[in-house]
Design a protein around this ligand. Structure first.
Ligand code: GAR
Length: 190
């Protein structure tokens, strides 16, 4: 059984989709949701899904006991699903090639500090880009710069708005993220 920890900061639609995708799986379990925002709706979703939530502060995430707790739980993959803090070196080193993130644009464009959620879509629409999409990538110590695992593209319409683009990106995330997580887990050594 592979064990995933899902890190969230906001609404939690990806968390919900991933949990539902694996809900009848005999191979994948989600024993933990980690959240840095006490007001995140993702917490409510986790409760409804029956997944324990650990609420963390900046100090917690940077301290060794947090990393030790995760290694002690035998987590095989950390999935950042709308988690907006940079991860500390100790956590990244403890989970080499075992942390992935989803970003709502075609990296390396529209990535880095400040590019998250709606800010990304606003910038893409303002620049009149012909395409946007999603990127799923490994996580390192800089924002949005780890090796890319998967990208999916979508065309912008002439009258595209940040909101309408957000809807397209949301659908791509719902379609692909759990499938790519499954593939990453299957590629790991037993
Ligand atoms: C998702 O669109 C995800 O790609 C984005 O935050 C949203 C979270 O939605 N992540 C980033 O912008 C990371 N830089 P959710 O909480 O409903 O899953």
């Amino acid at each position: 059984m592979k064990r995933i920890a899902i890190f969230v900061s906001g609404n939690g639609t990806n968390l919900q989709r991933i949990a539902e995708y694996f809900s009848n799986s005999h191979d994948v379990a989600i024993p933990l949701v980690v959240c840095n925002n006490p007001k995140a709706y993702a917490i409510e979703r986790a409760h409804q899904l029956g997944i324990p939530v650990r609420l963390i502060t900046k100090k917690d995430i940077n301290d060794t006991p947090f990393t030790q707790d995760l290694t002690g739980m035998h987590i095989d993959l950390i999935v950042l699903a709308g988690f907006l803090w940079l991860l500390p070196k100790c956590l990244i080193q403890a989970f080499p090639d075992k942390i992935i993130n989803i970003h709502p644009a075609l990296l390396p464009k529209y990535g880095g500090k400040g590019f998250y959620g709606a800010h990304v879509h606003e910038a893409v629409v303002a620049a009149k880009e012909p395409f946007s999409g999603i990127t799923i990538h490994y996580v390192n110590e800089k924002y949005d710069s780890g090796a890319i695992i998967f990208q999916a593209k979508v065309a912008l319409d002439e009258n595209e708005t940040p909101d309408s683009l957000a809807g397209k990106i949301h659908r791509l995330e719902q379609q692909h993220f759990p499938v790519i997580i499954e593939q990453v887990l299957n590629r790991q050594n037993p």
